[in-house]
Ligand binder design. Structure first.
Ligand code: 5RP
Length: 246
């Protein structure tokens, strides 16, 4: 018998999810070429970074040596389960490379990150690395950053005042949308560092440097998800293969 319209749509959506996950895997696999035995490696957070950690775990099981710093509790737990040796930036202050996902990347390799809420640790780890490598499917490649709402990590103290100040920055820099406090299970989402996240809908961010500086000038802002001048290379996968930036 023929499939109903709903069944076809459901099947189509299912195929899209499988394909998108396959592309994330391809990008993660390509980034394995960036790591050599003996390296100190930063481990990103999110569904794409998760594949990279899986590939790394498989190599560790075969004798690959590394010392890694995870960017979130979730990644730490995944790495522990795979017996990947972990350390902290208190023990070692530099890393050779960090491999992480992104929510948006432009041709200049400027990024928006923090969709998973790990942007603060991700930025600390990326900045402590000689090289940051981004892995993603090509749907993350954009002409201008800002369609994805910019995650801004804020201190819980003085939330209302911080929200107002961030809204002012958005107005001054031509944001098209509003600001929302990220929720999870009906409560404000809390980061690994115990902060809240404001998601700022800019629409388009024409001067990322200005937006970055203005946001960091707000006392309650801990960090934001614009990663500027940090990413050195990107592996972006689509159905035709993996393309490289940088
Ligand atoms: C988490 C991040 C992630 O890297 C970003 O959200 C991309 O995630 P995914 O690979 O699941 O699309 O910045 O804070």
């Amino acid at each position: 018998s023929l499939l109903s319209r709903e069944q076809i749509i459901r099947f189509y959506n299912y195929c899209e999810i499988i394909l998108s996950d396959e592309l994330k895997k391809q990008a993660a696999l390509a980034a394995m070429s960036e790591v050599k035995s003996g390296m100190r490696i930063g481990l990103g957070t999110g569904s794409t970074a998760k594949h990279f950690v899986d590939y790394l775990g498989a190599e560790v099981a075969k004798g690959f040596e590394c010392l890694c710093v995870p960017t979130s509790i979730a990644t730490m737990q995944q790495a522990q389960a795979l017996n990947i040796p972990l350390t902290t930036l208190d023990e070692i202050d530099r890393l050779d490379v960090t491999v992480d996902g992104a929510d948006e990347i432009d041709e200049q390799m400027q990024l928006i990150k923090g969709g998973g809420g790990a942007l603060l640790r991700e930025k600390i780890v990326a900045a402590a690395s000689d090289k940051m490598v981004v892995i993603a499917d090509t749907s993350k490649l954009v002409e201008t950053l800002g369609k994805f709402a910019l995650p801004i990590e804020v201190n819980k103290f003085g939330l209302g005042a911080t929200q107002n100040a961030v809204s002012d920055v958005m107005q001054q820099t031509g944001a098209e949308g509003g600001l929302v406090l990220r929720q999870s299970d009906g409560k404000p989402f809390e980061t690994d560092g115990g902060h809240f996240i404001l998601d700022a809908s800019f629409g388009r961010i024409s001067n990322a440097q200005t937006v970055s500086e203005k946001l960091l000038n707000v006392p309650g802002v801990v960090q934001h998800g614009l990663f500027l001048g940090l990413c050195a290379k990107a592996y972006l996968a689509d159905a035709t293969g993996v393309k490289q930036l940088g």
